[in-house]
Write a protein that binds this ligand. Structure first.
Ligand code: URA
Length: 239
């Protein structure tokens, strides 16, 4: 059993304050009965909860899109640094949340946070080859040779082989690259550029599969993913 306002927030109906207002104004029913107290507890799996007559299709898990800022680590807890879980708004906080995939502390952009282990596994599995796109700002210029090396598959100094990746010059600026990779080795994009004699000075992830970072989402902010957002991660793969 969980508070009605918390259940509604978890289903993307609105912020804690918005859903409390809607409950108090009589828009929400539980098993057909209008409930005006946000603190009333309901069983989301078994009770029929409706907002303005529309029955909620309850999803047990939560899927959050974060525009990760620099300076926080992609972990559930950390002894030294603030984590992406620490900066979640209170209304999204619940047990079992973790970032599905990691971005370095100084990397910004699209990060998915969930409590659904199966979903994360599917998204991260190397076999699924989900494309991830990054915009990298560099300390030097991209050449035809850099692009070719990415296409052929970079081999790191320790012998680790990367799958072929795509690199395009971004916005006509040779010191900026749009990189598409379909795996997630540690510091992969930075190391790929280092292999070509370039250093990444800023890195931002802009997409996972066909799910793009919402341009209206400010750094450090979050929103819930809809079912169709979630599906975009797995459609239209290049590989
Ligand atoms: N590649 C990197 O080097 N860093 C990231 O955070 C993500 C991909």
């Amino acid at each position: 059993m969980e508070r009605l306002d918390k259940i509604l927030v978890s289903q993307g109906i609105g912020s804690r304050r918005e859903v409390q207002k809607r409950i108090k104004s009589g828009e929400v029913t539980v098993n057909g009965e209008i409930i005006r107290k946000p603190e009333v507890k309901a069983d989301a799996d078994n009770d029929e909860i409706a907002v303005l007559g529309k029955v909620l299709n309850y999803s047990k898990h939560i899927y959050i899109m974060m525009n990760k800022p620099a300076g926080v680590v992609s972990a559930s807890n950390d002894n030294h640094d603030k984590t992406v879980i620490d900066i979640l708004p209170d209304e999204y906080k619940r047990k079992g949340l973790f970032p599905a995939g990691r971005l370095d502390k100084d990397t910004e952009g699209l990060l998915i946070i969930t409590d659904d282990g199966d979903f994360a596994h599917k998204m991260l599995s190397p076999k699924k080859h989900v494309d991830k796109q990054y915009i990298a700002q560099l300390d030097g210029e991209i050449t035809e040779e850099t692009i070719k090396k990415f296409e052929e598959g970079i081999v790191f100094a320790d012998g680790t082989k990367c799958l072929p990746a795509s690199l395009e010059i971004y916005n006509n600026d040779k010191k900026a690259g749009l990189v598409t990779i379909c795996e997630g080795k540690f510091h992969q994009v930075k190391k790929m550029f280092i292999s070509c004699g370039l250093n990444v000075v800023h890195l931002e992830r802009i997409s996972i599969g066909n799910l793009y970072l919402d341009g209206n989402l400010h750094r450090g902010c979050c929103k819930l993913l809809s079912n169709s957002d979630k599906m975009l991660i797995f459609v239209g793969k290049l590989h």
